[in-house]
Design a binder for this molecule. Structure first.
Ligand code: ATR
Length: 275
């Protein structure tokens, strides 16, 4: 029941109307008997929104596009990892102090670990945008990482994490796909379109292929990979594990990821049916 003691959590971004986070987090609050609600806030003015968080004592927030980088200047503190990546997707209100974290990094690691060993593996990441950067940072601490990006400069910038960054091309793809054990697509190619950056013939069946896109759940890349026998991991796992980490930071509870996946899949199915 919502009453005078109910705590408020939410999402700040623009747009936010298609986010699965309200459905997932409200289901978790119910499951763990926590008197809280989670709402999506479409924000035009970040400065005023942050003042509102403090004034209204909102307990915690997720931050999404286009504010993940800009939010840093409004925070009282942020984790070392969020600072290194330059991006925050989770904020905890600790007695009036806003503390920022990046749970995409932990999210990708836990999602991959759910299926395969990550330590010392050879990982090829496509994309050096916001998501690619967080993933590269998390994985380069444990594994051998190469990042290929259309804009070479952005791949080179990530070399400060102790990885190798190169321009994305047919030649670099061919070379590093024959080297990698794990392939991660962190570009937007394949989102709501039947396209893949990887020619099918370059995939090998002993690879693990992870696409961070979850719409569609099985992208062209994952379909090609499944057909040749690769282990495939969809982007909903990443969304779930980063959400689980946000929930843990807010409540101290490690939520049941199987339950979160079930809730998210039902929501996706309803959305596809236009409900
Ligand atoms: P996100 O926060 O989701 O990572 P982003 O920061 O805009 O979004 O990054 C999008 C990624 O997809 C980038 O790596 C981008 O490459 P550039 O850095 O060269 O822009 C990549 N991307 C987008 N369209 C692409 C395309 N047609 N071919 C190759 N890479 C593409």
């Amino acid at each position: 029941m919502v009453n005078a003691k109910t705590r408020l959590y939410g999402l700040i971004g623009n747009p936010v109307e298609h986010s699965l986070s309200p459905i997932i987090h409200n289901a978790l609050f119910k499951r763990y008997n926590i008197n809280a609600v989670y709402l999506a806030f479409e924000v035009d003015d970040l400065d005023s929104a942050v003042k509102g968080i403090k004034a209204l004592k909102i307990s915690g927030l997720n931050i999404t596009m286009p504010y993940k980088e800009r939010i840093l200047e409004f925070l009282d503190e942020f984790s070392e990892e969020a600072g290194a990546i330059g991006s925050v997707n989770t904020v905890v209100n600790r007695a009036g102090e806003l503390i920022g974290y990046n749970t995409d990094a932990v999210g990708v690691l836990k999602a991959l670990n759910h299926f395969t060993e990550v330590k010392d593996r050879r990982i090829l990441i496509l994309g050096a945008g916001g998501a690619g950067k967080a993933i590269a940072h998390a994985l380069s601490r444990l594994a051998k990482v190469v990042v290929l990006n259309r804009t070479e400069r952005k791949a080179k910038e990530l070399e400060k994490f102790g990885l190798k960054g190169e321009k994305l091309s047919r030649e670099s793809l061919e070379y590093y796909l024959s080297w990698a054990d794990i392939l991660i697509n962190a570009t937007s190619i394949g989102m709501n379109e039947d396209k893949s950056l990887i020619p099918k013939e370059l995939l090998r069946k002993n690879m693990t292929v992870f696409d961070i896109i979850y719409s569609p759940l099985e992208t062209r890349l994952l379909r090609d990979a499944r057909k040749i026998g690769c282990l495939t991991v969809d982007g909903l796992w990443m969304l779930i594990y980063q959400g689980a980490e946000s929930f843990r930071l807010w409540t101290g509870i490690e939520p049941d990821v199987g339950f979160m996946r079930k809730v998210a899949l039902e929501a996706l199915r309803d959305e596809n049916q236009g409900i």
